[in-house]
Design a binder for this molecule. Structure first.
Ligand code: GRF
Length: 213
């Protein structure tokens, strides 16, 4: 069976969606860069192996990433799923795991890379917003897109209401993308583009109903 490690930094709701959906992946470990991440406790309760690697204890980004890579390697995973992992990774780390690092980002990439995506979407006046699952490459939030989910931006949206609507879709999208990976349906067309084989138009994007939470 395909195996994977999940990286988190906080509450870990995307990790939970991945694990609970049983996408045909054996999640062998969860690593957090914050020892107090709420998601770690949940993962431990599920019987998953957990590791906390406090980034503040490292003198440099490189030394933290080397320790993180060693932790990941100890699980020998096929894939590494970043689920709310809020650390920028060094190029050296990313190049160590080519086509094996998967991330979920709360925007329709390539729009709104980086932080505060929901606030920036409202400020920009976009009418559609959403989430993207992509492979991680050295350019932040720019790797090949595996799947996207779009939601409407409503006139009375606040940052919180929009974040909640997107998050509900993240919890559908990430397990779906993980399942496609497990099924071996993800094909790299180039270093920048992936296709999901056998998915129709309804397959690799999701448009949520207007009134979804
Ligand atoms: C999610 O919106 C994720 O896309 C973003 O940070 C949030 C993390 O939430 N990178 P959780 O820890 O998965 O609950």
């Amino acid at each position: 069976m395909t195996t994977a490690v999940i990286l988190i930094s906080g509450r870990g709701s995307n990790m939970r969606a991945l694990v609970e959906s049983k996408p045909g992946i054996d999640f062998t470990g969860v690593v957090s860069n914050r020892p107090d991440a709420a998601g770690l406790a949940w993962a431990a309760q599920q019987g998953l192996a957990t590791r906390a690697l406090d980034h503040k204890a490292f003198a440099s980004r490189e030394s933290f990433d080397a320790a993180l890579a060693a932790q990941i390697d100890s699980f020998r995973p096929d894939y590494i799923f970043l689920a709310g992992f809020m650390r920028i990774l060094t190029e050296g780390f990313i190049r160590r795991f080519p086509r094996r690092l998967v991330n979920i980002h709360p925007s329709l990439l390539p729009c709104f890379t980086g932080l505060h995506t929901h606030r920036r979407a409202i400020e920009a006046g976009v009418k559609l917003h959403g989430a993207t699952v992509h492979f991680v490459t050295p350019e932040l939030d720019h790797g090949p897109i595996l799947a996207q989910a779009a939601v409407p931006v409503l006139a009375d949206d606040t940052e919180d209401s929009l974040a909640a609507r997107v998050l509900a879709q993240e919890h559908r999208l990430y397990p779906q993308a993980a399942r496609w990976i497990a099924e071996g349906r993800v094909r790299f067309i180039s270093d920048d583009v992936v296709r999901v084989e056998g998915s129709g138009v309804e397959g690799d994007w999701i448009l949520s109903p207007r009134d979804s939470p």
